[in-house]
Design a binder for this molecule. Structure first.
Ligand code: SIN
Ligand code: CO
Length: 385
C-alpha cells in the first residue's frame, strides 16, 4: 500500500506534525477516484438514520444551516452555486469509504471518529472556523481552496450566529488549491476555511479523529467507578481533632478527600478496563445487530462459506493487562488469556474471517466462546458476499 503521507514517514509525521502543525501532501493518493459519487452522497442525505447538514450562502453572503434528512425535491432545487452538503460517518454505510481508513494505520483506530464527506457546489463553503479534533482533508473530486490561519481557543471571537460557530476574523497564513488525491492535515484548533472552486461539484473527505474532553473523561470515569464502589468506602475522619469553629471546613479535609479519590487512579487494571470500554462505545449503538448464536450454528455458517467481519458500527480494541488480555468491543470488555492475542488482532483488523482463517481457533473453547459473544453482541456479523 502506498504511503498516504507521501515522502514523510509515519515517525516523522508523528514527531513533527501530529497535533502540532498542518501538512499538505500533494498526491497523497495518486489517481484517487472518489469511491462515492455526488449522487450517491446526496442519496445518503435523504436517509433518516444518517446525519447530514446543508450550509448555504444567502444572497447577502450570510451562511444558513439546515439539518437532514432532506427530501429529493429539496436537493434537486438547490442553486448551481454556494452550498455544501455534509454527510457524517459515511464509513459506517459505504464499505469502500471504510476501506480508506487502512491508509491511516499509523494511528490508533480507537482515536478515529468517522469519515465525513462534503459535497460542494462552486463557491460553497462552511465558513472560517476551527475544530477541536485532528482532521485529514482528502480531496475526492473537483477542486477546493483551503486557507489556514492561527490557533484558536475559547477566547477567539465568533460571529453572532444561531447555529454555526464561525470565526469573526481569520488571518490567512497559508492557502492551497487541492485537487483529487491531495490531502491536508490540520491539527486541532487551527482556523481554516475551504471554498469549492472550478465549475463542477467538489467532494471532500474529512477523516476525523476524536479525543475525549476532560469533562467527558471525568463524567464517564465517575459513572463507571460509581457502579462498583462499595457503600462503606466513604469520606472518613477517624483522626479528627476538636474543631475551633463548627461552621468551617478545615484544612484537614482536602487531604482526606484526596485519600478517598487517589486509589481510583492507581488501580491500573480498572482504569484500563474503563478507558477501553469508554473509547469503544459505538457512535450508533442501534446499528449493532445482535443475533443468537451457539457452537453449532457458528461452525455450520462458517463451513457453508459465510464469513465474519467487524460490524461497520462496532469499535474494537485490545490491550495487555497484568494478568492477560482485555478485548474491548463496542463499550464492553472481556478478560482473555494471552494465547488468544493473534485472534484478537485478527478480529480487530481482518476485513473477513473465513472458516480457513479461523480453523486453529475453532477448536479452542475460549476462542469459540469469544466469537459467539461478539456475534451475540452485534460487534461481529456474518456476511456471504
Ligand atoms: C468541508 O468539507 O468543506 C468542511 C470540512 C471542515 O472544514 O471541517
Ligand atoms: Co473544519
Amino acid at each position: 500500500m502506498s504511503n498516504i503521507l507521501g515522502r514523510i514517514s509515519a515517525d516523522e509525521f508523528l514527531c513533527d506534525y501530529w497535533q502540532k502543525k498542518p501538512l499538505l501532501i500533494r498526491k497523497a493518493l495518486p489517481a484517487f477516484i472518489s469511491p462515492i459519487s455526488a449522487d450517491e452522497l446526496a442519496g445518503l442525505a435523504l436517509e433518516e438514520e444518517i446525519e447530514s447538514r446543508l450550509v448555504q450562502h444567502t444572497k447577502k453572503g450570510a451562511l444558513t444551516l439546515q439539518h437532514g434528512p432532506f427530501s429529493e425535491e429539496q436537493l434537486q432545487c438547490l442553486p448551481k452555486t454556494h452550498w455544501t452538503l455534509l454527510v457524517q460517518a459515511v464509513d459506517q454505510f459505504v464499505p469502500e469509504v471504510a476501506a480508506l481508513l487502512q491508509h491511516f494505520a499509523f494511528l490508533p483506530r480507537w482515536r478515529m471518529d468517522d469519515v465525513m464527506i462534503s459535497l460542494a457546489a462552486p463557491g460553497g463553503s462552511v465558513g472560517a472556523h476551527f475544530d477541536q479534533y485532528d482532521v485529514f482533508l482528502l480531496q475526492g473530486a473537483g477542486v477546493k481552496r483551503w486557507q489556514i490561519g492561527e490557533r484558536c481557543d475559547e477566547a477567539s471571537t465568533l460571529r453572532p450566529h444561531p447555529s454555526l460557530k464561525l470565526l469573526e476574523h481569520m488571518q490567512v497564513t497559508d492557502e492551497w488549491l487541492l485537487e483529487p488525491g491531495d490531502m491536508l492535515y490540520l491539527p486541532p484548533q487551527l482556523a481554516h476555511c475551504g471554498i469549492s472552486e472550478g465549475d463542477q461539484l467538489g467532494i471532500t473527505y474529512s477523516i476525523g479523529f476524536r479525543a475525549p474532553s476532560q469533562a467527558e473523561v471525568i463524567t464517564h470515569f465517575a459513572d463507571f467507578f460509581a457502579q462498583s464502589l462499595p457503600e462503606h468506602a466513604r469520606y472518613s475522619d477517624a483522626d479528627a481533632l476538636p474543631c475551633p469553629d463548627y461552621s468551617q471546613i478545615g484544612e484537614d479535609v482536602l487531604p482526606r478527600l484526596k485519600t478517598l479519590l487517589a486509589p481510583l487512579l492507581q488501580d491500573d487494571k480498572r482504569l484500563l478496563q474503563w478507558f477501553g470500554q469508554f473509547m469503544t462505545e459505538p457512535r450508533y449503538p442501534e446499528r449493532l445487530f445482535a443475533v443468537n448464536c451457539d457452537e453449532k450454528s457458528l461452525i455450520k455458517q462458517l463451513k457453508r462459506g459465510d464469513r465474519l467481519r467487524r460490524s461497520p458500527s462496532a469499535r474494537l480494541a485490545w490491550a495487555q493487562s497484568a494478568d492477560g488480555l482485555l478485548l474491548f468491543a463496542s463499550g464492553h470488555s472481556r478478560h482473555l488469556p494471552k494465547r488468544l492475542q493473534p485472534l484478537l488482532t485478527l478480529i480487530c483488523q481482518s476485513p473477513a474471517l473465513s472458516a480457513a482463517a479461523l480453523a486453529a481457533w475453532l477448536i479452542d473453547d475460549e476462542a469459540q466462546q469469544l466469537l459467539i459473544a461478539l456475534i451475540e453482541q452485534g460487534s461481529l456479523e456474518f456476511f456471504d458476499e
